[in-house]
Design a protein around this ligand. Structure first.
Ligand SMILES: Cc1ncc(COP(=O)(O)O)c(C=O)c1O
Length: 483
């Protein structure tokens, strides 16, 4: 807080039996100004038994706050000749544009901009946000602390931040056609890894079991992963026990029968669908059946395909899942971050959808998940990101976004056809979504060499494990995305 401003505003507070003004400037200096001007009037009142007063400039002295503040400042200059110049320096520094404030970082940022514009970006998890999203990201919203949720924040001054987060909630639900009586959303996770971990933290105890697609089969580390040597890689496998299901090595499709068999033996408390490099649709109904058989919560991490889901360009997980998480920066085309949708209200009791069995008739995810995000795992939300996400979610509802997602799929299919015509081997033989997984092992190539050669040609794509290869050490393929 700039204390001098408060002094210049002519307001001061006193906490005393005979109220005295709170001294906002150097004692002697303030007294002199007061004595010289002696133009204030007191408004007295009491809070919690403490006498307080507000000192206001008299009308004649407040005709022009600009002129009164310039009088005050000229007096201070007279008292401390260095003060005004120090202040001017701080103000100037605060207003410097980036190239002046930090030429070194600015120059690197410009190079990165050129790299993004000139190269061909084919990393399936990256996208380009629109100008409005960037403006919100680089805005004053980054200045505000707002731990908590709309309507119940730790700090005051959050009336505008509350509005932004509420709009973000309603746009997030609208983007996926969700009824606010049946679904809630948390838009605060800093990333999807944190969103997933918040779900586990809220719903599980340390050591409880989770089951997701194996990383070399196209799953994500945050669904639990151990290296072939047994090293626990992500926090999800450090704090929880995980056993993965896998794809069929011949077809590249998820082996649902084996998944069911493993789930019946391992009995995870959370069964996870969704992955990082799986080019096909997910059979959510089958996952639901298995989850119901073992009394597990069914969670989908739709990080890669959330944009396709919103545009109805792929099957939606919401009909079958209890919890759905996503990144916000891949196909959704928003700022970097994570989002968690959770069911609320009465539990589904349809045949074959008995939902997880804690005996109660209502879902209890809301409080547990919100508490896990904050205060268990995170501090203040990144309000600039939440505003940017709200902007992206508004765009998701447009026909232009739908057209964009349709084109993304067409591009992926065109790429797949072109590669197949050239006798390249694609995992599952093609794609239903925005990415293709190219198995280079038949050509005796390693993913990391191919990736490097492409980088030298200004094409960025990434090496990717192909089931059955020694994924962690030498991935045998590349993933190519079309966002
Ligand atoms: C399926 C899936 N979940 C989670 C993540 C992690 O997202 P973040 O980088 O936001 O933590 C990714 C990232 O690629 C992903 O593909």
């Amino acid at each position: 807080m700039d204390l001098t401003q408060a002094a210049q505003s002519g307001l001061s507070l006193g906490f005393h039996s005979s109220p005295i003004p709170l001294q906002l400037l150097d004692q002697k200096q303030e007294t002199r100004i007061d004595n010289e001007e002696n133009q204030t009037e007191d408004e007295q009142f009491s809070i919690l038994g403490h006498q307080m007063c507000i000192k206001r400039p008299r009308d004649n002295s407040s005709q022009s706050s600009a002129s009164s503040s310039s009088t005050n400042s000229s007096k201070r200059v007279a008292m401390d000749p260095g003060l005004e110049s120090r202040r001017a320096m701080v103000r100037a520094w605060g207003n410097h544009p980036l190239p002046i404030a930090d030429p070194e970082i600015h120059e690197i940022m410009e190079k990165e901009k050129q790299r993004q514009f000139k190269g061909i970006e084919l990393i399936a998890s990256e996208n380009f946000v629109c100008r409005a999203v960037m403006e919100a990201l680089g805005s004053h919203l980054t200045n505000k602390y707002s731990e908590g949720l709309p309507g119940s924040r730790y700090y005051t001054g959050n009336q505008n931040i509350d509005q932004i987060e509420l709009i973000c909630w309603s746009r997030a639900l609208a983007a996926f056609g969700l009824d606010s009586d049946k679904w809630g959303v948390n838009v605060q996770p800093y990333s999807c890894t944190s969103a997933n971990f918040a779900v586990y933290t809220g719903l599980l105890l340390p050591g409880d079991r989770i089951m997701g697609l194996d990383s070399p089969s196209g799953g994500h580390l945050s669904h639990g992963y151990y290296t072939p040597g047994g090293k626990r890689v992500s926090a999800s496998s450090i704090f929880f026990e995980s056993l993965p299901y896998k794809v069929n090595p011949q077809t590249g499709y998820i082996d649902y029968d084996k998944m069911e068999e493993k789930a019946m033996d391992f009995r995870p408390k959370i069964l996870i669908c969704g992955g990082s490099s799986y080019p096909r649709e997910w059979d959510y109904a089958r996952f639901r059946q298995v989850a119901d058989r073992i009394g597990a919560v069914l969670m989908c991490d739709m990080a890669h395909i959330s944009g396709l889901v919103a545009a109805k360009e792929c099957v939606s997980p919401f009909e079958y899942c209890d919890i759905v998480t996503s990144t916000t920066h891949k196909s959704l085309r928003g700022p970097r971050g994570g989002i968690i949708f959770y069911r609320k209200g009465p539990k589904l009791r349809k045949q074959g959808m008995l939902s997880h069995g804690d005996g109660s008739s209502h879902y209890d995810f809301e409080e547990k998940i919100n508490f896990a995000v904050h205060p268990s795992l995170q501090g203040g939300p990144h309000n600039n990101h939440i505003a940017a996400l709200a902007i992206a979610l508004k765009q998701v509802a447009t026909t232009e976004y739908k057209a964009y997602m349709q084109q993304v799929r067409k591009n992926a299919q065109a790429l797949a056809s072109a590669l197949l015509r050239r006798k390249c081997r694609l995992v599952t033989g093609g794609t239903d979504n925005h990415l293709v997984l190219w198995d280079l092992t038949t050509w005796g190539l390693a993913g990391k060499c191919y990736e490097k050669v492409c980088e030298m040609c200004q094409i960025t794509l990434n090496k990717s494990a192909i089931f059955g290869d020694n994924g962690a050490i030498c991935p045998g393929g590349v993933r190519i995305g079309e966002l």
